[in-house]
Design a protein around this ligand. Structure first.
Ligand code: GTP
Ligand code: MG
Length: 182
């Protein structure tokens, strides 16, 4: 098939989660194949784009990185509207970041106000699984999967932005899940 015949789709993806869980790092690994040890807090929001092909569709992911730190929150409802997928991120070594997911999930639905909240595509990423060979984990995979099941079977991936583990797989799922919401 001629490339111009393919359907082009732009998907707006919002990445949310506590400060320091690795939102920016996951995006940088996915889009630029780079990892930075140094922490630099995200202020406000910014996006990167990545093109991928799924079957006969050309998909452009417009991935919005956001600030986990409360004092850098300045996003109004207009920012969230029109989203096709929401990626929630926590750090498997920090229970507090897992407990906070409830809030991020609620806040997103409140702001984005999708037509069918129960069917809106979320994805959960449990990041930093490389640390200490898993010995410093505070949240088990089982616990995370239970949360996802309770929220209507949200797909779940355990990732390492540092080691580039499961990052491509997670964002491919983001694209596929986002497409179902078109
Ligand atoms: P905010 O912008 O404040 O919301 O934080 P963030 O969620 O964007 O976190 P960021 O990506 O800046 O990562 C925070 C710190 O964790 C940085 O020092 C990263 O290098 C480190 N980090 C991120 N992902 C991983 C990972 O998978 N493994 C390890 N070991 N460190 C990581
Ligand atoms: Mg950041």
């Amino acid at each position: 098939m001629d490339i111009s015949m393919k359907r082009r789709t732009l998907l707006k993806v919002i990445v949310l989660g506590d400060s320091g869980v690795g939102k920016t790092s996951l995006m940088n690994q996915y889009v630029y194949k780079k990892f930075n040890r140094q922490y630099k807090a995200t202020i406000g929001a910014d996006f990167v784009t990545k093109e991928l092909q799924i079957d006969d569709k050309l998909v452009t992911l417009q991935i919005w990185d956001t600030a986990g730190q409360e004092r850098f929150h300045s996003l109004g409802a207009a920012f969230y509207r029109g989203s096709d997928c929401c990626v929630l991120v926590y750090d498997v070594n920090v229970n507090k970041s897992f407990e906070a997911l409830q809030n991020w999930h609620e806040e997103f639905l409140k702001q984005a106000d999708p037509t069918d909240p129960a069917a809106f595509p979320f994805i959960l990423l449990g990041n930093k699984i490389d640390i200490d060979g898993g010995n410093s984990r505070e949240v088990s995979e089982k616990k995370a999967r239970e949360w996802c099941a309770a929220k209507g079977n949200i797909p779940y991936f355990e990732t390492s932005a540092k080691e580039d583990y499961n990052v491509d797989e997670a964002f491919l799922c983001v694209a596929k899940t986002g497409l179902t919401n078109e």
